[in-house]
Write a protein that binds this ligand. Structure first.
Ligand code: SF4
Length: 292
């Protein structure tokens, strides 16, 4: 049995940075410190933050926090405004790469462009980006939706940082026949692209592949969908205890990968669980041989 972890996987720069900012803010700030939404899609890390008295709220009007941390996905300008009106101190942990995309949307909006954002409609990053478009943006999730847009003289298209490249390509193709002058900005972050590539390569090599991460994590879902197309024996699990002997049946090479919010411990726990399952299976097989 061979376990291989994807060359690039797990926590990305933006999420690591946001976690560090949250821990530092707790140490340096008096009063109640909260994050606006969960900082990361991982229950253990959230529990650890809560132990350090960093809780989360769902909306800027909730609770009586004195400091609110904006997570790596970023938020729209009206959220900053709502927090300022409540005299809440803002600690901005928006990933610098997402900030750049927000600025790009702002610039395009100021130039009067119609902006197509290729992203998940309910993802916080896309919700934030649409706010910077000041009414000039549309979120498009796939090529089918893009194909329903009217003809235009000009348009600009960019993507949520965790979008997959094939989806962006397909939307751009659909837009090309509906737009005379189309500006394309590939704003998919490098970290997302290298993780997707590494997972696809691993999917070709192994008999079974586990994608570890929160079900709500957009980039982890994309890793799963990409891998499943290559390796049908791909499983999306949130934690190691979901791995069963049945999943490992007839597999000698097992691959592990995780999304941008999957901590290294979660991947290691999965590796240990697989080793334990194989050890148990070998023990059972030896018992059967001894008895026969
Ligand atoms: S996926 Fe990329 S853009 Fe998004 S938080 Fe991570 S590093 Fe930043």
């Amino acid at each position: 049995m061979d376990i291989k972890i994807a060359d690039k996987c797990g926590l990305c720069y933006g999420v690591k940075r946001a976690l560090q900012i949250a821990r530092d803010t707790r140490k340096s700030h008096e009063g109640t410190v909260v994050t606006l939404g969960h900082l990361i899609h991982n229950p253990q890390v959230i529990a650890d933050l809560e132990e350090q008295k960093v809780f989360s709220i769902e909306s800027p009007g909730e609770g009586t926090a004195s400091t609110v941390i904006i997570r790596s996905h970023g938020v729209s300008p009206d959220i900053y405004e709502k927090l300022r009106r409540r005299n809440i101190q803002i600690v901005d942990a928006t990933c610098p790469i997402v900030k750049k995309i927000q600025q790009q949307v702002e610039t395009l909006s100021a130039a009067g462009e119609e902006i197509i954002i290729v992203g998940d409609r309910t993802h916080p990053e896309s919700e934030g980006l649409i706010g910077y478009s000041r009414g000039r943006g549309i979120i498009i999730e796939n090529a089918e939706q893009a194909a329903t847009l009217p003809l235009r003289k000009r348009r600009a298209v960019l993507a949520q940082s965790t979008q997959d490249l094939d989806c962006l390509r397909a939307v751009v193709s659909a837009l090309l026949v509906r737009t005379e002058e189309l500006q394309v900005f590939n704003t998919i972050c490098e970290s997302t692209q290298t993780r997707q590539k590494a997972t696809c390569e691993l999917a070709k090599e192994v008999d079974t592949l586990f994608i570890i991460g929160g079900k709500k994590s957009s980039n982890t879902n994309k890793l799963y969908n990409l891998s499943k197309k290559i390796q049908p024996n791909t499983y999306f699990i949130e934690s190691a205890d979901q791995i069963t002997l049945e999943m490992l049946k007839n597999s000698r090479k097992i691959g592990l990968s995780g999304g941008a919010s999957t901590p290294p411990e979660a991947i290691q726990e999965a590796a240990v669980r697989i080793q334990t399952c194989f050890a148990y299976q070998n023990h059972q097989e030896k018992n059967v041989q001894c008895q026969s």
